[in-house]
Write a protein that binds this ligand. Sequence first.
Ligand code: UD1
Ligand code: CA
Length: 438
Amino acid sequence: MEPVHAVVLAAGKGTRMRSDLPKVLHRVCGQPIVQYVLDALHHAGISAPILVIGHAADRARQVIGPQVRYAEQTEPLGTGHAVLQALPQVPDDGHPVVVVYGDTPFLRAETLQALIDLVDPTGYGRVIRDRDGRVQRIVEEKDGSPEERQVQEINAGTYVFDQRALRDGLRALSPDNAKGEYYLTDTIGWILSHGRTVSALAVAADEAMGINSRQDLAAAETVMRQRLLASLMDAGVTVMDPATTYVHAGVTVGPDTTLHPQSYLEGATIVGARCTVGPHAHLMDATLEDRVTVIESTVTQSSVGEGTRIGPYSNIRPGCRVGRDVEIGNFAELKNAAVGDGTKVHHMSYLGDVTVGARVNIGAGTVVCNFDGKRKHHTIIEDEAFIGSDTMLVAPLHIGRAAVTGAGSVVTKDVPAGGVAVGVPARVIRYVSADPQR
Ligand code: UD1
Ligand code: CA
């Protein structure tokens, strides 16, 4: 492929959004609008685009980062004027220049590719179509007549310019129009009137959709979501109800996983194969290995091991690493908790700032009292411990291997391995085995 340069326009204020945030930084399916355009360029093999920013430029630099080069347009004097601000950074090497508006997130890489392939029809015959779009005849370049047409097609706002034509066309712009702006679109007429060719690629209307208002933003959210869900379904995911399943751009889901209604998969969420998600699951930056079930529950910035079952009605807050074949049941809350394989946390319990071993049983109503009013403290519960119902574990604490706490006990001191501690405050009354380990 011939090298091409790319300019992305994102300097407009987005007046119709009525927002302090630059329009192209508003999010559709969790991702800034302009990022979709940058992704399309990237997938079309077009590197190092120049992003024209203006309104809240610092914010744009912050969000988009070093993936682009920046040009600044300090006053929004129109799309043509915006491209002019980028031109000094375009090497004057005659290679074509792709110009894209930052507010058209549905643009596909394949379309950019097709548009680039159209770029120079010089020397080729032209396909003439009739009113129904059927090919009528082929006219050789030398024989064709310039014929003005009444067209129904709208301008999608994505262009590949011959670099010379763009430079000359922009220089000739004047703001004598209703908005008093330098319209990029006026270069098309100029290029045509100076004896050059302009070819148009017809694409589906949905791909051309630009976002100007909050209503457009909501419509885009729906369309983009259906597109993301369609690609998940193509990859083997069952989506019970696409209308109520919300998936962010960049989320991955393994084959034979089922997404039930009213589920939200957000941020950098990764879901393995053969999982059951929902109904009413909310995953934010969550990593689920294979065969995990999350029903009516929330998992945030945490990882969950293979075969583990969460819910209904549990809240896995940031910083949790839940092992394999764990059961986390009704009304359990976990925060900054490492939970070993095969452990059970069934009913109405809170585990905060804990390291829990394997095959531990956390009884109903267990609470880790991790906060003393000033500081958070850590608790360790070793393998095979049995925490009785309604135990208060006053952190910091170390509950040894296979230790037992009695129902209703308030544990304020470490319990050695094998120790059975009961009461308020709890005291060790005997050992599970005759030979205590310490
Ligand atoms: C533009 C096109 C229109 C096309 C439509 C497709 C022009 C004059 N009109 O209209 O033919 O059908 O897009 O979506 O080009 N921008 C700047 N600096 C400016 C003005 C705009 O960087 O001074 C940027 C905006 O941030 C935006 C993009 O250019 O990302 C398009 O601007 P917008 O005002 O949305 O143009 P439309 O009225 O939608
Ligand atoms: Ca627009």
